[in-house]
Design a protein around this ligand. Structure first.
Ligand SMILES: Nc1nc2c(ncn2[C@@H]2O[C@H](COP(=O)(O)OP(=O)(O)OP(=O)(O)O)[C@@H](O)[C@H]2O)c(=O)[nH]1
Ligand SMILES: [Zn+2]
Length: 354
Protein backbone atom coordinates (compact mmCIF):
# COMPACT_ATOMS: atom_id res chain seq x y z
CA UNK A 1 0.00 0.00 0.00
CA UNK A 2 1.23 3.45 -0.72
CA UNK A 3 0.17 6.39 1.35
CA UNK A 4 -1.80 7.91 -1.41
CA UNK A 5 -3.92 4.99 -2.38
CA UNK A 6 -6.76 7.14 -1.16
CA UNK A 7 -6.52 9.29 -4.24
CA UNK A 8 -6.63 6.46 -6.74
CA UNK A 9 -10.01 6.30 -8.41
CA UNK A 10 -11.65 2.99 -9.17
CA UNK A 11 -12.00 3.72 -12.86
CA UNK A 12 -8.44 4.75 -13.48
CA UNK A 13 -7.66 1.62 -15.38
CA UNK A 14 -9.97 2.55 -18.21
CA UNK A 15 -7.41 4.87 -19.59
CA UNK A 16 -4.64 2.49 -20.24
CA UNK A 17 -5.93 -1.03 -19.97
CA UNK A 18 -8.47 -2.25 -22.36
CA UNK A 19 -9.88 -4.84 -20.05
CA UNK A 20 -13.45 -4.31 -21.16
CA UNK A 21 -12.67 -5.29 -24.70
CA UNK A 22 -10.52 -8.20 -23.59
CA UNK A 23 -13.41 -9.56 -21.59
CA UNK A 24 -16.04 -9.21 -24.26
CA UNK A 25 -13.96 -10.43 -27.16
CA UNK A 26 -14.07 -14.17 -27.72
CA UNK A 27 -10.75 -15.93 -27.74
CA UNK A 28 -9.99 -16.41 -31.37
CA UNK A 29 -6.69 -18.17 -30.93
CA UNK A 30 -7.98 -21.52 -32.03
CA UNK A 31 -9.85 -20.36 -35.08
CA UNK A 32 -7.43 -17.89 -36.49
CA UNK A 33 -4.30 -18.82 -38.39
CA UNK A 34 -1.28 -17.33 -36.74
CA UNK A 35 1.10 -15.66 -39.10
CA UNK A 36 4.73 -15.45 -38.18
CA UNK A 37 5.33 -12.38 -40.26
CA UNK A 38 2.99 -9.54 -39.52
CA UNK A 39 1.53 -7.74 -42.49
CA UNK A 40 3.59 -4.67 -43.16
CA UNK A 41 0.60 -2.38 -43.64
CA UNK A 42 2.67 -0.23 -45.92
CA UNK A 43 -0.46 1.73 -46.76
CA UNK A 44 -0.96 2.69 -43.11
CA UNK A 45 -1.41 6.30 -42.14
CA UNK A 46 -0.01 7.81 -38.98
CA UNK A 47 -2.12 9.47 -36.32
CA UNK A 48 -1.96 10.88 -32.82
CA UNK A 49 -4.02 9.35 -30.02
CA UNK A 50 -5.92 12.26 -28.51
CA UNK A 51 -8.40 10.41 -26.31
CA UNK A 52 -8.91 6.94 -24.98
CA UNK A 53 -12.20 5.62 -23.75
CA UNK A 54 -12.89 1.98 -23.08
CA UNK A 55 -11.17 0.39 -26.02
CA UNK A 56 -12.02 3.12 -28.49
CA UNK A 57 -9.43 5.62 -29.53
CA UNK A 58 -9.84 9.10 -30.93
CA UNK A 59 -7.03 9.61 -33.37
CA UNK A 60 -6.04 12.78 -35.17
CA UNK A 61 -4.79 12.12 -38.69
CA UNK A 62 -3.19 14.47 -41.17
CA UNK A 63 -2.35 16.76 -38.27
CA UNK A 64 -1.88 20.33 -39.48
CA UNK A 65 -2.69 19.17 -43.00
CA UNK A 66 -5.56 20.07 -45.29
CA UNK A 67 -7.49 16.96 -44.32
CA UNK A 68 -6.85 17.05 -40.61
CA UNK A 69 -9.57 15.13 -38.83
CA UNK A 70 -10.17 13.09 -35.73
CA UNK A 71 -11.35 9.57 -36.34
CA UNK A 72 -12.42 6.69 -34.16
CA UNK A 73 -10.31 3.55 -34.12
CA UNK A 74 -10.04 0.22 -32.42
CA UNK A 75 -6.87 -1.73 -32.15
CA UNK A 76 -5.79 -4.76 -34.12
CA UNK A 77 -5.97 -8.01 -32.22
CA UNK A 78 -2.20 -8.41 -32.30
CA UNK A 79 -1.95 -5.29 -30.16
CA UNK A 80 -4.50 -6.39 -27.61
CA UNK A 81 -1.92 -6.89 -24.90
CA UNK A 82 -0.30 -3.54 -25.40
CA UNK A 83 -1.48 -0.35 -23.84
CA UNK A 84 -2.23 2.46 -26.22
CA UNK A 85 -2.39 5.80 -24.49
CA UNK A 86 -2.91 9.48 -25.13
CA UNK A 87 0.05 10.92 -26.96
CA UNK A 88 0.87 7.70 -28.77
CA UNK A 89 1.65 7.91 -32.45
CA UNK A 90 0.04 4.99 -34.22
CA UNK A 91 -0.30 3.55 -37.69
CA UNK A 92 -3.84 3.00 -38.92
CA UNK A 93 -5.53 1.05 -41.67
CA UNK A 94 -9.11 0.55 -42.72
CA UNK A 95 -11.69 3.28 -43.06
CA UNK A 96 -9.89 6.50 -42.21
CA UNK A 97 -12.67 8.78 -43.41
CA UNK A 98 -13.83 9.60 -39.92
CA UNK A 99 -17.41 9.42 -41.18
CA UNK A 100 -20.08 8.54 -38.65
CA UNK A 101 -20.05 4.90 -37.73
CA UNK A 102 -16.67 4.16 -39.29
CA UNK A 103 -13.90 2.53 -37.38
CA UNK A 104 -10.24 2.52 -38.34
CA UNK A 105 -7.85 -0.07 -37.03
CA UNK A 106 -4.62 0.63 -35.18
CA UNK A 107 -1.97 -1.78 -36.39
CA UNK A 108 1.20 -0.34 -34.93
CA UNK A 109 2.38 1.79 -32.06
CA UNK A 110 5.32 3.92 -33.03
CA UNK A 111 8.37 4.15 -30.87
CA UNK A 112 7.83 6.45 -27.92
CA UNK A 113 10.12 9.23 -26.84
CA UNK A 114 8.83 9.09 -23.28
CA UNK A 115 6.39 6.94 -21.39
CA UNK A 116 4.81 7.97 -18.14
CA UNK A 117 4.06 4.97 -16.02
CA UNK A 118 2.49 4.17 -12.77
CA UNK A 119 1.85 1.05 -10.77
CA UNK A 120 -1.10 0.46 -8.51
CA UNK A 121 1.13 1.00 -5.52
CA UNK A 122 4.80 1.02 -4.70
CA UNK A 123 5.14 -2.73 -4.56
CA UNK A 124 3.18 -3.45 -7.70
CA UNK A 125 5.52 -4.67 -10.40
CA UNK A 126 2.82 -4.61 -13.02
CA UNK A 127 3.49 -1.63 -15.14
CA UNK A 128 0.66 0.61 -16.24
CA UNK A 129 1.22 3.28 -18.77
CA UNK A 130 -0.57 6.60 -18.75
CA UNK A 131 0.74 8.97 -21.38
CA UNK A 132 3.23 8.61 -24.21
CA UNK A 133 5.53 11.15 -25.81
CA UNK A 134 4.91 13.93 -23.29
CA UNK A 135 8.01 16.01 -22.77
CA UNK A 136 6.66 18.09 -19.88
CA UNK A 137 4.58 17.51 -16.76
CA UNK A 138 2.64 20.33 -15.14
CA UNK A 139 2.11 19.44 -11.51
CA UNK A 140 -0.89 21.26 -10.09
CA UNK A 141 -1.04 21.75 -6.35
CA UNK A 142 -3.19 24.07 -4.24
CA UNK A 143 -1.79 26.51 -1.70
CA UNK A 144 -4.67 25.42 0.55
CA UNK A 145 -7.84 23.39 0.44
CA UNK A 146 -6.54 20.77 -0.03
CA UNK A 147 -3.42 21.45 1.97
CA UNK A 148 -0.30 21.08 -0.19
CA UNK A 149 1.94 18.16 0.59
CA UNK A 150 5.55 18.30 -0.46
CA UNK A 151 5.83 14.54 -0.46
CA UNK A 152 3.07 14.26 -3.03
CA UNK A 153 4.89 16.67 -5.29
CA UNK A 154 8.14 14.79 -4.73
CA UNK A 155 6.50 11.71 -6.08
CA UNK A 156 5.23 13.44 -9.17
CA UNK A 157 8.72 14.80 -9.68
CA UNK A 158 10.22 11.36 -9.41
CA UNK A 159 7.75 9.93 -11.89
CA UNK A 160 8.57 12.78 -14.26
CA UNK A 161 12.33 12.49 -13.96
CA UNK A 162 12.17 8.74 -14.26
CA UNK A 163 10.27 9.10 -17.53
CA UNK A 164 12.57 11.79 -18.89
CA UNK A 165 9.80 14.37 -18.67
CA UNK A 166 10.53 17.93 -17.57
CA UNK A 167 8.44 18.92 -14.57
CA UNK A 168 6.83 22.30 -13.87
CA UNK A 169 4.81 23.33 -10.88
CA UNK A 170 1.74 25.52 -10.58
CA UNK A 171 0.39 26.46 -7.18
CA UNK A 172 -3.29 27.36 -7.36
CA UNK A 173 -5.56 29.07 -4.82
CA UNK A 174 -2.92 31.51 -3.71
CA UNK A 175 -5.82 33.75 -2.66
CA UNK A 176 -6.36 31.30 0.22
CA UNK A 177 -2.82 30.98 1.50
CA UNK A 178 0.69 32.16 0.89
CA UNK A 179 2.55 29.29 -0.77
CA UNK A 180 5.99 30.58 0.13
CA UNK A 181 6.64 28.14 2.93
CA UNK A 182 5.49 25.22 0.82
CA UNK A 183 7.56 26.35 -2.14
CA UNK A 184 10.65 26.49 0.04
CA UNK A 185 10.68 22.70 -0.29
CA UNK A 186 11.54 23.04 -3.94
CA UNK A 187 13.91 25.98 -4.05
CA UNK A 188 16.84 23.71 -4.82
CA UNK A 189 15.09 22.14 -7.76
CA UNK A 190 15.50 23.94 -11.00
CA UNK A 191 11.87 23.84 -12.07
CA UNK A 192 9.55 26.59 -13.33
CA UNK A 193 7.00 27.56 -10.71
CA UNK A 194 3.76 29.43 -11.47
CA UNK A 195 1.34 30.76 -8.91
CA UNK A 196 -2.31 31.15 -9.74
CA UNK A 197 -5.58 32.36 -8.26
CA UNK A 198 -8.89 32.45 -10.05
CA UNK A 199 -8.92 36.24 -10.15
CA UNK A 200 -5.39 36.34 -11.51
CA UNK A 201 -4.26 33.35 -13.50
CA UNK A 202 -0.87 33.44 -15.24
CA UNK A 203 -2.35 32.20 -18.51
CA UNK A 204 0.11 33.97 -20.79
CA UNK A 205 3.07 32.61 -18.90
CA UNK A 206 1.72 29.08 -18.86
CA UNK A 207 0.77 29.25 -22.53
CA UNK A 208 4.32 30.26 -23.31
CA UNK A 209 5.61 27.29 -21.36
CA UNK A 210 3.27 24.92 -23.18
CA UNK A 211 4.07 26.13 -26.67
CA UNK A 212 6.03 23.62 -28.69
CA UNK A 213 5.59 20.93 -26.05
CA UNK A 214 3.36 18.08 -25.11
CA UNK A 215 2.50 18.58 -21.47
CA UNK A 216 0.69 16.20 -19.17
CA UNK A 217 -1.28 17.84 -16.35
CA UNK A 218 -1.35 16.00 -13.04
CA UNK A 219 -2.78 16.89 -9.67
CA UNK A 220 -4.68 15.68 -6.67
CA UNK A 221 -8.46 15.98 -6.76
CA UNK A 222 -9.76 19.43 -5.91
CA UNK A 223 -6.59 21.39 -6.51
CA UNK A 224 -8.18 23.36 -9.33
CA UNK A 225 -6.72 21.50 -12.29
CA UNK A 226 -9.98 21.58 -14.25
CA UNK A 227 -10.36 25.28 -13.52
CA UNK A 228 -6.90 25.82 -14.91
CA UNK A 229 -7.40 23.64 -17.97
CA UNK A 230 -10.69 25.40 -18.75
CA UNK A 231 -9.03 28.77 -18.48
CA UNK A 232 -6.13 27.72 -20.67
CA UNK A 233 -8.30 25.87 -23.17
CA UNK A 234 -11.82 27.13 -23.89
CA UNK A 235 -14.21 24.20 -23.96
CA UNK A 236 -14.59 21.99 -26.98
CA UNK A 237 -18.12 23.31 -27.54
CA UNK A 238 -16.82 26.82 -27.72
CA UNK A 239 -13.83 26.02 -29.85
CA UNK A 240 -12.57 29.07 -31.70
CA UNK A 241 -9.84 29.65 -34.22
CA UNK A 242 -7.55 30.48 -31.37
CA UNK A 243 -7.76 27.20 -29.60
CA UNK A 244 -8.70 23.87 -31.02
CA UNK A 245 -9.82 21.39 -28.44
CA UNK A 246 -9.85 17.76 -29.40
CA UNK A 247 -12.02 15.62 -27.27
CA UNK A 248 -13.27 12.12 -27.09
CA UNK A 249 -16.79 11.46 -28.28
CA UNK A 250 -18.16 14.63 -26.80
CA UNK A 251 -18.44 13.17 -23.35
CA UNK A 252 -15.93 13.51 -20.59
CA UNK A 253 -16.05 11.19 -17.69
CA UNK A 254 -13.54 11.31 -14.92
CA UNK A 255 -11.88 8.32 -16.47
CA UNK A 256 -11.15 9.63 -19.93
CA UNK A 257 -7.84 11.09 -20.87
CA UNK A 258 -8.21 14.05 -23.17
CA UNK A 259 -5.72 15.96 -25.26
CA UNK A 260 -6.14 19.59 -26.17
CA UNK A 261 -4.22 21.47 -28.76
CA UNK A 262 -3.41 25.01 -27.93
CA UNK A 263 -2.38 27.10 -30.87
CA UNK A 264 -1.89 30.76 -31.46
CA UNK A 265 0.14 32.86 -33.83
CA UNK A 266 3.27 31.96 -31.94
CA UNK A 267 2.95 28.22 -32.12
CA UNK A 268 1.11 25.17 -30.89
CA UNK A 269 1.32 22.80 -27.99
CA UNK A 270 -0.57 19.89 -26.56
CA UNK A 271 -2.12 19.58 -23.15
CA UNK A 272 -2.88 16.08 -21.98
CA UNK A 273 -5.27 16.03 -19.07
CA UNK A 274 -5.50 12.81 -17.13
CA UNK A 275 -8.47 13.32 -14.82
CA UNK A 276 -8.61 9.70 -13.78
CA UNK A 277 -4.95 9.40 -12.95
CA UNK A 278 -4.02 11.55 -10.06
CA UNK A 279 -1.27 9.53 -8.58
CA UNK A 280 1.67 7.43 -9.40
CA UNK A 281 2.82 4.42 -7.51
CA UNK A 282 6.50 4.13 -8.00
CA UNK A 283 6.97 0.39 -8.04
CA UNK A 284 8.60 0.31 -11.43
CA UNK A 285 11.16 2.99 -10.75
CA UNK A 286 14.81 2.36 -10.19
CA UNK A 287 15.68 3.83 -6.80
CA UNK A 288 18.69 5.58 -8.29
CA UNK A 289 16.28 7.74 -10.19
CA UNK A 290 14.87 9.17 -6.98
CA UNK A 291 17.94 11.30 -6.57
CA UNK A 292 17.31 12.87 -9.93
CA UNK A 293 14.25 14.58 -8.51
CA UNK A 294 16.53 16.30 -6.04
CA UNK A 295 18.81 17.88 -8.62
CA UNK A 296 21.54 19.30 -6.44
CA UNK A 297 21.44 16.26 -4.15
CA UNK A 298 22.56 14.00 -6.97
CA UNK A 299 25.79 15.90 -7.33
CA UNK A 300 26.47 15.90 -3.62
CA UNK A 301 25.76 12.17 -3.50
CA UNK A 302 28.73 11.57 -5.77
CA UNK A 303 30.92 12.12 -2.72
CA UNK A 304 28.93 9.74 -0.50
CA UNK A 305 30.57 6.47 0.49
CA UNK A 306 29.98 3.71 -2.03
CA UNK A 307 26.55 2.15 -1.56
CA UNK A 308 25.37 4.96 0.72
CA UNK A 309 21.67 4.66 1.49
CA UNK A 310 21.39 8.39 2.34
CA UNK A 311 19.15 7.39 5.26
CA UNK A 312 19.42 8.74 8.82
CA UNK A 313 21.71 5.92 9.88
CA UNK A 314 24.02 6.08 6.87
CA UNK A 315 27.59 6.77 7.98
CA UNK A 316 29.29 9.77 6.37
CA UNK A 317 26.43 10.56 4.04
CA UNK A 318 27.51 13.65 2.10
CA UNK A 319 23.93 14.80 1.57
CA UNK A 320 23.21 14.69 5.29
CA UNK A 321 26.42 16.61 5.97
CA UNK A 322 25.63 19.22 3.35
CA UNK A 323 22.07 19.61 4.62
CA UNK A 324 23.29 20.01 8.22
CA UNK A 325 25.88 22.61 7.27
CA UNK A 326 23.32 24.70 5.45
CA UNK A 327 25.02 24.10 2.14
CA UNK A 328 21.76 22.87 0.63
CA UNK A 329 19.90 25.98 1.64
CA UNK A 330 17.27 26.65 4.20
CA UNK A 331 15.03 23.92 2.83
CA UNK A 332 17.86 21.40 2.64
CA UNK A 333 16.93 19.48 5.78
CA UNK A 334 13.25 19.34 4.79
CA UNK A 335 14.11 18.08 1.36
CA UNK A 336 16.50 15.52 2.76
CA UNK A 337 13.67 14.39 4.99
CA UNK A 338 11.46 14.04 1.94
CA UNK A 339 14.14 12.12 0.07
CA UNK A 340 14.64 9.78 2.99
CA UNK A 341 10.95 9.07 3.30
CA UNK A 342 10.85 8.06 -0.35
CA UNK A 343 13.98 5.96 -0.09
CA UNK A 344 12.50 4.16 2.90
CA UNK A 345 9.37 3.38 0.96
CA UNK A 346 11.53 1.68 -1.60
CA UNK A 347 13.67 -0.04 0.99
CA UNK A 348 10.54 -1.80 2.23
CA UNK A 349 9.98 -3.41 -1.09
CA UNK A 350 10.76 -7.11 -1.22
CA UNK A 351 12.58 -7.21 -4.52
CA UNK A 352 15.23 -4.76 -5.57
CA UNK A 353 14.91 -3.34 -9.05
CA UNK A 354 17.09 -5.07 -11.57
N1 LIG B 1 -10.29 30.11 -3.83
C1 LIG B 1 -9.95 29.49 -4.96
N2 LIG B 1 -10.67 28.42 -5.35
C2 LIG B 1 -10.32 27.82 -6.50
C3 LIG B 1 -9.23 28.25 -7.29
N3 LIG B 1 -9.11 27.43 -8.36
C4 LIG B 1 -10.09 26.52 -8.23
N4 LIG B 1 -10.83 26.74 -7.13
C5 LIG B 1 -11.98 25.96 -6.64
O1 LIG B 1 -11.53 24.69 -6.20
C6 LIG B 1 -12.52 23.70 -6.45
C7 LIG B 1 -11.91 22.56 -7.22
O2 LIG B 1 -11.55 23.02 -8.49
P1 LIG B 1 -11.48 22.05 -9.75
O3 LIG B 1 -10.94 22.85 -10.87
O4 LIG B 1 -12.75 21.33 -9.94
O5 LIG B 1 -10.39 21.04 -9.21
P2 LIG B 1 -9.80 19.74 -9.90
O6 LIG B 1 -8.39 19.71 -9.53
O7 LIG B 1 -10.14 19.69 -11.31
O8 LIG B 1 -10.52 18.61 -9.10
P3 LIG B 1 -11.49 17.47 -9.64
O9 LIG B 1 -12.65 18.18 -10.25
O10 LIG B 1 -11.81 16.68 -8.44
O11 LIG B 1 -10.66 16.73 -10.64
C8 LIG B 1 -13.62 24.40 -7.20
O12 LIG B 1 -14.63 24.73 -6.30
C9 LIG B 1 -12.97 25.66 -7.73
O13 LIG B 1 -13.87 26.71 -7.88
C10 LIG B 1 -8.48 29.40 -6.84
O14 LIG B 1 -7.51 29.87 -7.44
N5 LIG B 1 -8.89 29.97 -5.66
ZN1 LIG C 1 24.57 9.53 1.12
Amino acid sequence: MSWWDEVSGPDEDDDYIDESSIRTRPNRKGTRPRTKVRPSHSDAQTGRIVAVDRGRYQVMVDENGADERTITASRASELRKQGIVAGDRVDLVGDLSGDDGTLARIVRIQERSTLLRRSADDTDEVERIIVANADQMLIVVAAANPEPRARLVDRYLIAAYDAGVTPMLVVTKTDLADPEEFLANFVGLDIPVFTSRTDSMPLEEIHAALRGHSTVFVGHSGVGKSTLVNALVPSAQRATGHVNAVTGRGRHTSSSTVSYRISDSEGAGWVIDTPGVRSFGLGHINTDNILKAFGDFAQVADTCPRGCTHLEDAPDCAIAAAAASGELGEAGPARLDSLQRLLKTFAKRAEPES
